[in-house]
Design a protein. Structure first.
Length: 199
């Protein structure tokens, strides 16, 4: 007998739990064709989840003007003042604002997700406005005690901050495992899409 409730049980119905969202598989290719070629050095890094697409591009390291009689330095990039980098970021952010808004609108229509922007300068990332999505959860006393300890010790201002802090910490220390898990989920989704239809 066919299971009339198929796909409603425990697990990942529709892969990524987002069957109603457009497939984001070609997001990097779309942005590669849509972004102006003179914005970044190299290809932009694209990060995607079910809520948001984050586009991060590498800006060239600004080189301050030097007197003609000064000696060349081997590590000139290391000597660039933070203020110079901040100025380059501000210039990029303001000069590209209208174009970024247009691209973001097009991407949101195509993929059903908000678009956030950021840049990388000299190995440091700077994100512009991006989503902070509330996530509701129920915790038993042992888990609440962990959060309360972080609040009471001053590590976090609230339980919400403490939960965000622990998620960041877990992600940082388990990134290799999480990436392996994401790869396995993609394989499952590929196999599911290749399976027989109409079952």
């Amino acid at each position: 007998m066919r299971n009339e409730h198929r796909g409603r049980g425990f697990g990942r119905p529709g892969g990524w739990q987002q069957a109603d969202l457009p497939d984001p598989a070609d997001v990097p290719d779309w942005f590669a064709g849509r972004l102006p070629s003179d914005w970044f050095t190299g290809s932009a890094v694209i990060e995607i989840d079910r809520d948001e697409i984050v586009v991060i591009g590498e800006l060239p390291i600004p080189q301050p003007e030097k007197p003609a009689d000064s000696e060349p330095e081997a590590d000139a990039a290391d000597k660039v003042p933070n203020a110079t980098k901040e100025g380059a970021i501000a210039r990029f952010r303001e000069s590209t604002r209208s174009a970024r808004m247009q691209i973001a609108n097009e991407a949101q229509q195509r993929y059903g997700r908000s678009v956030a922007w950021g840049v990388s300068v000299d190995g440091q990332r700077y994100l512009f406005t991006h989503l902070a999505v509330p996530v509701m959860t129920r915790l038993r006393q042992p888990e609440r005690k962990v959060l309360d300890t972080l609040v009471d010790s001053g590590v976090a201002r609230s339980r919400a901050d403490a939960l965000a802090w622990t998620v960041k910490l877990a992600g940082k220390h388990a990134e290799a495992w999480l990436e392996e898990l994401r790869g396995a989920m993609r394989k499952v989704d590929d196999l599911r899409s290749e399976g027989p239809k109409g079952l």
